[in-house]
Design a binder for this molecule. Sequence first.
Ligand code: HEM
Length: 435
Amino acid sequence: MTDQTKRGYHQQRSSTPPPPTGCPVHTSWNPLNADYLEDPYEIASALRDEHGVFYAEQLGYLVVTEMAEIERIFSDHETFASTNVQDPVFPLAPEAQAVLAADDFDPVAVMSNRPEPDHGKIRVHTRQGFSNKRIKTLEPYIRRRSRELIDAMVAAGPPTEFVDALAFPLPGETVFRFIGFPEGDDETLKHWCGDRKAFSWGKPSAAQQTEIAEQMLAYWRYCRTFTASKKENRGDDFASELIDAHEANPKDLSYQEVESVVYGLSFAGHEAVTSLICNSLQCLLPRRDVWAEICADPSLIPNAVEEVLRFNSSQISWRRVTTTDTTVGQYDVPAGTSIFMNFASANRQGDIWDEPNTFDIHRSNANRHISFGKGVHYCLGAKFAKIETQLVIEALAEKLPSLRIVEGIEPDYFPNITFRGPTELHVTWDTDQNY
Ligand code: HEM
């Protein structure tokens, strides 16, 4: 392993190079602006039509808006490193830094934020855990748990706040079972993992940062104790597989890296799926003819989920940083330039999709979206996320065909630069037509 093992999981940005010569500068646009959080797509498309690349002054990032350039950046991992993807966007308050300075807070960059060649060696071992076979073994769990949560919704009667009732608990519990965490710890784990998106992708206050840092520290300590207990007592789970892989090949996968994969995975496998499930309902339920089609023919669900990932994804940007002097668009940029790749603009390009602003579950190229990234870091959980979302939609279509969104409640979106899904989603249904 290289000295990258010493790189912490969350780093502060050391410097912000000035805008490249000749590059347009946007002084007011910021992905945290209220109008953008509420509906990013029209604004993102207008920005893309204006400039393929521009510098966002409020963010200190170079924004890339077009698919071809985003794909080129993803494909060149040597020039465009992913080392910044888990870092806080804005400087951390000293109080939060003090919490994370604890001697035993030492998770290392392992997957999304680890450069080659180490990343590739670690990924080989994690890939086995994400095999089709293991995902298949989770399907009965996801089906059973979806139905239990829907039954609880039905028993309590309409209306229901769906994030709390199903979309938040299900993905968390599923990824916890996958990793091997005991069921009894779910509530504490969900609490610890909940605010990571504010920490790395939002702009929390100093007090919030400190609270989140304390939760991250508690969660990291839990991951270490859990990994140690798995070492003694293996099960049929991902953590046990990783420990086996480490013991067979300690040079390629260190024990600290095993702990760090466990630490990173619960967030990766959690929030974006909660939002993908909600975003799917936001797309499907108001279009009653489309929802009726889905209820009548569940085989349409997989492509419908691809279209949600294009049209209303739960992840609408991702980051990179240049390792050397290079070009982005037509501009020369120095090493250390932070890059914001805007999926919200690229996923709505008219030269890739006909009528890109129309939601169409029958599109033949719906899956051409960039929502899972591309290249060596392509989302390891893409299949996992899609199957989970498909199974939830299938269960809802079967059990609650009259499901609809309560009218007149405007959704809120948690302020952050990357993840997108409503914080609450109020749904209702006809009580005489549950099953
Ligand atoms: C809708 C849900 C999800 C979305 C939109 C999403 C999106 C992404 C994106 C954009 C990346 C970065 C790709 C790149 O840099 O090229 C990524 C990486 C990753 N995702 Fe996901 N993801 C989702 C769900 C999941 C789930 C359920 C898991 C695990 C259970 C997961 C695990 C990972 C891991 C481990 C990586 C890092 C892979 C690597 O660096 O080799 N993701 N994901």
